[in-house]
Design a protein around this ligand. Sequence first.
Ligand SMILES: NC(=O)c1ccc[n+]([C@@H]2O[C@H](COP(=O)([O-])OP(=O)(O)OC[C@H]3O[C@@H](n4cnc5c(N)ncnc54)[C@H](O)[C@@H]3O)[C@@H](O)[C@H]2O)c1
Length: 429
Amino acid sequence: MYNKIIREKAIISVIGLGYVGLPIALEFAKKIRVIGFDISEERVEMMKNHIDPSEELVKEDFENTNILFTSNPEDLKQAQFHIVAVPTPIDEHNLPDLKPLLSACKTVGKAISKKDYVVFESTVYPGCTEEDCVPVLEKESGLKFCEDFKVGYSPERINPGDKVHTLTSITKIVSGCDEESLENIANVYEIILKNGTHKASSIKVAEAAKIIENTQRDVNIALMNELSIIFNRLGINTYEVLEAAGTKWNFLKFTPGLVGGHCIGVDPYYLVHKAKQLGYHPHIINSGRFVNDSMGGYVAKQTVKAIANKDKNIRNSHVLVMGFTFKENVSDIRNTKVETIVKELESYKVIVDVVDPYASPKEVEEEYKIKILEKCGKNYDAIIVAVNHKEYINLDENFFKEHLNKDGILFDIKGIYKNKIKDITYLSL
Ligand SMILES: NC(=O)c1ccc[n+]([C@@H]2O[C@H](COP(=O)([O-])OP(=O)(O)OC[C@H]3O[C@@H](n4cnc5c(N)ncnc54)[C@H](O)[C@@H]3O)[C@@H](O)[C@H]2O)c1
């Protein structure tokens, strides 16, 4: 397969052109011919006009590439090496929602022929590729797994907004259904990678590696969040404790915060699901999820308590929330935990204003029924800086004084103004 690809006798297709799929498709398209397929015609139209709907890539990233953007599944038949990068969300019960993935398998299954390759990049639980995806590919194609067509799994590590750890600069895990496919898949990815691949011994090992990268992060952040609840009761600042503890050579540098987005707050649930299927009920992973999912409510309650402690009425008090996206300096609002702060405050009849320099007001309104204001007002009883966007980092105490009323409170979730606030009542995680 690798030889065919470099001799331009085989074409690569990428199915699902979001945060993960589009950069991969364009990177390959700098070297070889690519078919970029997405079910969203609207997104395909944007990409044809060199616009990244996820707002991560710029026009220049589309230049000098050999790519056909399409929403016609028939076009996939031209390709022989298929990369699947569709979403793997959870449902309202925090269970894996495999609908997009299985629907992509149906589409690919209809397009593959003998000797083709299908490599999955979507984050899944260990076993999902072979137990859930392969049967659909076999059924739709009428072909036999590993005999007629090969399958692999290569998890994605890109981190939206991160300009250092980019797709081509990191080591990429690859795996295949046999030795031959592993070699071919590694060679194909190495066409675009500067730091090469790590060859996992099996598809399940590669799936598990990805899911624990995010689970480890989730559990560590949960520990920091729990510590911040304890330190708050002790009346000490968590970030000061972490700074002191961080002078030890082997102390891990995690900080408390909201855990949202489509990866860290979601992937551990995939592992929990699989573990339960196997008769083990994970305690640590579930506890981490519980603590992290509770933090938005905790921030809101602490704010309400602080307002009440100033002898103010909670009903109709006025709070400004700065930042709505799931992390700093990106426009991504998927699974943002700032929503839980807003909704919890509103449940106390607090009037909440929200501003964010990155989030699209239209998307926020559609997704969460929350209005993003163009400009913040004045006379707030509290301001919560929920996301450390670069626009907020250098704000000083005067800014907050100007926007707060008498006895106003600043809740600095990420501790970015630590040691800078002298007169205002200051809270942080
Ligand atoms: N975004 C990240 O930073 C990141 C990092 C690592 C891993 N992942 C994983 O990668 C996968 C993709 O995530 P993403 O952030 O790129 O998602 P995304 O929501 O940005 O994009 C997914 C794209 O797939 C399309 N799509 C949905 N169903 C489809 C189907 N059946 N056929 C074809 N296209 C379809 C959507 O229209 C969309 O354009 C997920 O499993 C995610 O967990 C994401």
